[in-house]
Design a protein around this ligand. Structure first.
Ligand SMILES: Cc1cc2nc3c(=O)[nH]c(=O)nc-3n(C[C@H](O)[C@H](O)[C@H](O)COP(=O)(O)OP(=O)(O)OC[C@H]3O[C@@H](n4cnc5c(N)ncnc54)[C@H](O)[C@@H]3O)c2cc1C
Length: 428
């Protein structure tokens, strides 16, 4: 039986970025990626809103997101691979209370050279045609909606075409000699003793044991290193080994509404924020419903990342819930943006966040020749390149990973034993 240098379970954006960076550093290693689906990036990666931002308070988040966005810019501008990056910016609306809480963080970031622009409620009303105040609206008060007191515009943020990014990593990995096998499901992880004694049921607790591959629907694949990069499904394989990855699945939904009235067309192509001449990726004050412009579809994507009591639940084919739009997102949205009155989604989709329940930042660790990469918690696209480089550094036995642009990050900072990540204060 062939023994690979590494087998990677999962051809999502994190699996692909990881193998691309490993193969680039180790061109002679035999690397095989498997995925149970029939093409790359078809799970959470395909369901993402494909937005990125580089303004974070946490040093860890900033390093991961900023270096990844700069790498994507390099791919697009220097390698001439069109990723359809659009620097539309993020527009974050705040009520009085959250603005006061966020102001010191923003001032601190400003001193460190981060740029942002601030808009007051009159400017927001004029630019966007929104309602900013609900003093006379009992219904809005009942719903606990926050006033749009201020808007913070972050210019270093935008949108990317995730399919094109997936294709870039996949084709580069294949070009470097990597192999990918689709429709191949890892059913379990194979563990063997370092020195087999042919005792029934080994390895026993007194034996050294390591992961040596995976059993799949197409047979056993042996490898010197096995990596689980299975997104929300990772714990399915890891729980049976007693390996805790702290990754849990949670459904997220996106509803698409056409800009098919004059008022919505004007909103979609709002001028004055960015060079693209469109509405930025916009986050409402409270609750933080998201509005993502989709220029190629003349549409908006609308979403909300609900927490309590949304279950941690693994689903093979997550479906959007009509009521989540009708009684949830729509009711909030239309209070701020009357332009959406009467709008129904023309399509919708849902996928799973792989949430790291420790601190919502990625986990990258190894034990017994098993590597685990995941838990990007809703920001895996914007951090994928850096995560792949850190995983490749761990594979190579390096203490530090060098990110695009030259900054370094200690590999163990994202591990479990000596984890050191700064908590994020700018949470959407
Ligand atoms: C609705 C939604 C909106 C989002 N918006 C954004 C955004 O705007 N910006 C952003 O940065 N991020 C966003 N995200 C998060 C982002 O999509 C994820 O962080 C990222 O795609 C995770 O990549 P992954 O490779 O870890 O997981 P996945 O893309 O889920 O890939 C895991 C792969 O592993 C395979 N797999 C799992 N188990 C097995 C097995 N046993 N055998 C074989 N194959 C297996 C799966 O088939 C899958 O292809 C969003 C996510 C959702 C759901």
């Amino acid at each position: 039986m062939v023994e690979y240098d590494a087998v990677i379970v999962g051809a999502g954006i994190l699996g692909l970025s990881t193998v691309y960076h490993i193969k680039k550093r180790h061109p002679n290693k035999e690397i095989l990626v498997i995925d149970k689906l029939n093409a790359a990036g078809q799970a959470a990666t395909a369901k993402s809103a494909a937005a990125f931002r580089c303004l974070f308070s946490s040093k860890t988040n900033f390093l991961l997101a900023d270096s990844s966005a700069e790498f994507y810019r390099y791919v697009q501008e220097d390698l001439n691979v069109d990723l359809k990056m659009r620097w539309v910016g993020y527009l974050w609306l705040f009520n009085e209370e959250n603005y006061e809480k966020t102001l010191p963080v923003l001032r601190d970031l400003y001193k460190k050279g981060f740029t942002y622009e601030e808009y007051n409620s009159d400017e927001l009303a004029e630019k966007l045609g929104i309602r900013t105040n609900f003093v006379d609206d009992e219904e809005a008060q009942l719903m606990g909606l926050g006033n749009a007191y201020k808007g913070i515009f972050i210019p270093k943020a935008g949108l990317i075409d995730v399919d094109l990014l997936v294709k870039f990593y996949e084709s580069e990995f294949l070009r470097l000699g990597g192999k990918i096998q689709y429709v191949t499901k890892a059913e379990s992880v194979v563990v063997e003793p370092g020195e087999p004694l042919e005792i029934p049921g080994e390895p026993y607790f007194w034996q050294d044991a390591n992961v040596v591959g995976v059993n799949t629907n197409k047979g056993t694949i042996k490898a010197k290193k096995t990596m689980i990069v299975g997104g929300a499904w990772s714990s399915q394989l890891l729980d049976s080994l007693g390996v805790e990855c702290h990754i849990k699945p949670k459904k997220r939904q996106i509803f698409s509404v056409k800009a098919n009235t004059d008022a919505l067309g004007k909103l979609l192509f709002t001028k004055g924020f960015n060079d693209v001449g469109c509405l930025p990726f916009t986050i409402l004050p409270n609750p933080s419903v998201l509005i993502r412009p989709v220029l190629e579809e003349n549409a908006f994507w609308l979403g909300y990342a609900d927490e309590f009591p949304r279950a941690f639940k693994l689903e093979e084919d997550s479906q959007p819930e009509e009521n989540f739009y009708q009684y949830g997102i729509y009711q909030v949205l239309v209070k701020y943006f009357p332009q959406f009155f009467g709008c129904h989604p023309f399509s919708a989709f849902a996928g799973l966040y792989a949430i790291n329940t420790l601190d919502s930042q990625p986990v990258i660790f190894e034990e017994n020749r098993l590597m685990v990469v995941g838990g990007a918690s809703g920001s895996g696209i914007m951090k994928a390149d850096a995560i792949g480089r850190i995983a490749a550094a761990l594979y190579s036995g390096d203490e530090y990973a060098v990110l695009h642009g030259g900054k370094a990050i200690k590999v163990s900072d994202l591990g479990l034993k000596n984890r050191l990540v700064e908590p994020e204060k700018l949470i959407i």
